[in-house]
Design a protein around this ligand. Structure first.
Ligand code: PLP
Length: 454
């Protein structure tokens, strides 16, 4: 795998093409670095490792901004309002929330904890969508108090609790009802959310429950049913599944219009856009996906007699995934059976996805990008589980202890799913941009880890 996968590599290549060779020692060094050593956001990975230690999550801020912009600029229509809300569960930090708010995105939260971060970061609460299939009363009250724009409601019991909390607090909010459109997309079972028996939302055929929610909200003064929501799964690389879901939801709106005489709802089509993890992955770029979904919605609406007032999408992974890198230092190595193990200084405690979903990643020796692959390695972590394997079969140049190993595309569901397993301590997070690195989340110390114990 070459650095070319990252987009960063592409930029660097462009730079070296315009540089004229002066033959000075400095230029030679720079050229050497660019050829063989990974730079992220213009910062040499060795200096990142030196300054912040490993394992280290590194985000290319420029790349996050690019993705955010691609989504916002392409998710536009003349026919209805649009909004891109970042799904914060993919990676949440106040610095990121500020960055994305600045780029014009709204925000999805699924818990009081995520909402708290959004409040602290100064996110516009009107643009916050409060998700979750089992919000506690405290979370509902917190959302009402904060003035979140939307509650994405999951079930009848929640609607009852929301209505009564809003009545008690004298607060108003909009609701989107989560519908399970029953679209099966091609992805891992655990990240597929749209089977008829899914725990999320109300199944589209379950008209009785849907009508019940609509009746409760019709009769209520504080919570307005603004529209409907669907989210079919994650790491879906083809547009077709989203188009199917859109078509199904627009058909659903037509039924609702026919049976209840209401039209002009807001419609959220969720997120789940896939990214590139391994060479074979061919995701539709986020901007292109956004543009084609808006066109598809416009055409489908044109053919029906339904209108929508707003179309919402909620990308998480596609905004931050490919912008994130994890740097590890190689420790011991050994041969076991026919496996060549490389042990790194992190593992499933900073990236659970391979163990949880059999997710695949690509890695490289960050200082040997131009060296040819020499061996097959199994990249394992230092957590006490046989399943703590990050990459089962990585073709790499000859590796040695002390080398830096980079795993690409770890920006989504890495830090946010990180744990304290084996008390390794969560790695630090740095943002890099224009040749500068800034610490965003510091490394968890041993003392941090025991700081909650009374
Ligand atoms: C997880 C989730 C998202 C984001 O999914 P990605 O795969 O990260 O884009 C969006 N909306 C809802 C409701 C989700 O649960």
């Amino acid at each position: 795998m070459a650095a070319g996968m990252t987009g960063l590599g592409k930029r660097d290549k462009g730079k070296s093409a315009v540089r004229t060779c002066s033959g000075s020692k400095k230029d030679e060094e720079e050229k050497g670095e660019e050829m063989g050593v990974l730079k992220i956001g213009g910062v040499d990975c060795r200096s990142l490792a030196e300054q912040f230690g490993t394992p280290l999550y590194v985000y290319d801020e420029g790349r996050i901004a690019e993705q955010a912009r691609a989504a916002v600029e392409n998710f536009r229509s003349e026919k209805f309002e649009t909004e891109v809300a970042y799904a914060s569960k993919a990676f949440s930090s106040k610095a990121l929330f500020r960055l994305l708010s600045g780029e014009g995105l709204g925000l999805d939260v699924v818990s009081g904890g995520e909402l708290y971060g959004a409040m602290e970061a100064g996110v516009d609460m009107k643009r916050v969508y409060f998700h979750g299939n089992n919000k506690s009363n405290e979370e509902i009250e917190m959302g009402l108090e904060a003035g979140v724009g939307y509650f994405v409601v999951d079930n009848v019991m929640e609607v009852d609790r929301l209505v009564s909390a809003a009545g008690g607090a004298g607060k108003k909010a909009k609701a989107l009802l989560r519908i399970n459109p029953g679209i099966s997309a091609h992805t891992h079972e655990y990240i597929m959310t749209s089977k008829p028996d899914s725990k999320f939302g109300i199944y589209i055929e379950n008209r009785a429950q849907i009508e019940q929610v609509m009746d409760i909200l019709d009769a209520d003064e504080n919570i307005e049913l603004a529209g409907f929501h669907s989210h079919i799964g994650s790491q879906i690389v083809e547009a077709e599944s989203f188009e199917k879901a859109l078509g199904t939801m627009i058909g659903f709106l037509a039924d609702i219009k026919a049976s209840r005489g209401v039209d002009g709802f807001e419609l959220s089509i969720g997120g789940g856009f896939g990214i590139k993890y391994v060479e074979e992955d061919r995701p539709v770029p986020l901007g292109q996906m956004c543009a084609s979904l808006v066109r598809y919605a416009e055409e489908a609406l044109e053919k029906s007699d339904v209108t929508i007032s707003k179309l919402i999408t909620e990308p998480g992974r596609a905004v931050v995934g490919e912008a994130g890198y994890t740097l590890y230092t190689i420790g011991d190595m050994k041969k076991s059976g026919d496996k060549n193990y490389i042990f790194v200084d992190g593992g499933m405690s900073d990236n659970i996805r391979p163990a949880l979903y059999s997710a695949e990643y690509t890695c490289a020796l960050a200082e040997k990008l131009t060296e040819k692959p020499a061996a097959s390695y199994c990249i394992a972590g230092k957590n006490c589980e046989s399943g703590d394997v990050l990459i089962a079969d990585a073709k790499l140049p000859e590796a040695k202890t002390g080398d830096l190993l980079v795993v690409y595309s770890t920006g989504a569901y890495g830090y946010s799913m990180a744990s304290n397993y084996n008390r390794l301590g969560r790695p630090a997070v740095v943002f890099v941009r224009d040749g500068k690195a800034r610490l965003v989340i510091r490394r968890e110390t041993y003392a941090d880890q025991y700081s909650l114990e009374v």
